[in-house]
Design a protein around this ligand. Structure first.
Ligand SMILES: [Zn+2]
Length: 361
């Protein structure tokens, strides 16, 4: 615990009572309370049970996908910041919609589906897919159906009350979320694909957008990996081997860990000078455009902060350590026309819920 280092923390007489409350609170609460955010990764081994997948060279896609999925999960589970959920960890049949459903209800941060390809030619190589834009409509429908609790991690309790999936405002929020998801999906996809191509020297079939059904069912950043072609003699043998499965598994898990540490860095960077403290901000906008944070670009709002996450920007107004001030800022932003603005909170640069932040103070 380093709360003493907080430059705003002065022990004055009036604060002593607060200090002792905080002290007892800290010592009595579980250590997980101050743990870093855990990232939930859902690993989806394609096919299973009555659906063997492709049978190139008499290999079974379902078995290879499962072995690689378990290799990825085992490696990720060693990291205390990662929670691993499998859609299947044995040879069972699972409906496509159910796979997305598992991830949606786990409020997963990332969904990785693992498959092997086949072709009538001797094609070979590894590729990684994200959902194409055409698939977004279905995705949006599911996001609406799953409602606010799953979607609005930032301030979901506050927002849940007023959330109307059919209102234009809420849908704009969802579209932004989709845009952000696509961005993040592309980020993790290229990390995986780079590992395949440059660490393992697999033939690089690159990151592509396509309309895979399993990706249409999820409402978080999601990718589908095609490890290679079982129909290709050499690649089939490689993918069916323990060595091949371990190597491909490592390439994926390394990429996921890299992706997660990038996510963390992007939030930590911006708040470094006020580390060890609670911060509230009003999120007024987000998108792909890098907009100078001048008041004339933000309806007159001053001191707007821009934070880059992947190739995506978030714009915050009213950075403050006080909840009441943050409420004022939110009101101001709404009055200026940022109707979908909402409050977010950070502790030590790590995003937490506003409710948690209030409890901690
Ligand atoms: Zn498949």
């Amino acid at each position: 615990m380093h709360f003493q280092q907080n430059h705003k923390f002065n022990i004055k007489t009036k604060n002593i009572a607060v200090f002792f409350c905080l002290f007892f609170f800290l010592t009595s609460s579980s250590s997980s309370f101050f743990a870093q955010k855990r990232y939930t990764v859902v690993i989806d081994a394609g096919h299973g049970g009555k659906d063997p997948g492709n049978l190139g060279n008499n290999y079974k896609e379902k078995n290879i996908a499962l072995k690689v999925a378990l290799a990825v999960g085992n490696k990720l589970a060693k990291n205390k910041d990662v929670k691993v959920i499998y859609t299947r960890n044995k040879d069972v049949f699972i409906d496509l919609w159910k796979r997305g459903d598992i991830a949606n209800h786990a409020k997963a941060d990332l969904f990785v589906s693992i498959h092997c390809d086949s072709h009538t030619t001797s094609a070979f190589g590894a590729g990684t897919f994200v959902l194409g834009l055409r698939g977004n409509k279905k995705n949006l429908e599911i996001a609406k159906r799953e409602n606010a609790v799953i979607l609005l991690e930032d301030n979901y309790i506050e927002r849940y009350k007023g959330f109307d999936p059919n209102s234009a405002e809420s849908v704009i929020g969802l579209s932004l979320l989709q845009e952000e998801n696509l961005d993040k999906s592309l980020a993790i996809a290229s990390l995986i694909q780079n590992n395949f191509a440059f660490k393992l020297n697999r033939n690089n079939r690159k990151v592509k957008q396509d309309n895979f059904q399993v990706l249409r069912e999820t409402i978080m950043p999601s990718v589908l990996v095609e490890l290679g072609f079982l129909t290709n003699k050499k690649e089939g043998r490689f993918l069916n081997s323990k060595k091949g499965q371990d190597q491909m598994g490592n390439a994926i898990s390394d990429a996921v860990l890299n992706y997660i540490s990038n996510l963390k860095l992007n939030t930590v960077d911006t708040t470094i000078e006020i580390a060890n403290s609670i911060e509230y901000k009003t999120q007024i906008a987000s998108g792909k455009n890098k907009i100078p944070t001048k008041p004339y670009n933000f309806k007159g709002l001053k001191n707007v902060q821009r934070v880059k996450i992947g190739s995506f920007y978030k714009y915050y107004y009213g950075v403050t350590s006080k909840y009441n001030t943050a409420k004022q800022s939110l009101k101001q932003a709404k009055n200026k026309g940022y109707k979908t603005a909402f409050m977010v909170a950070f502790k030590n640069g790590e995003k937490i819920s506003v409710q948690e932040a209030i409890k901690m103070q």
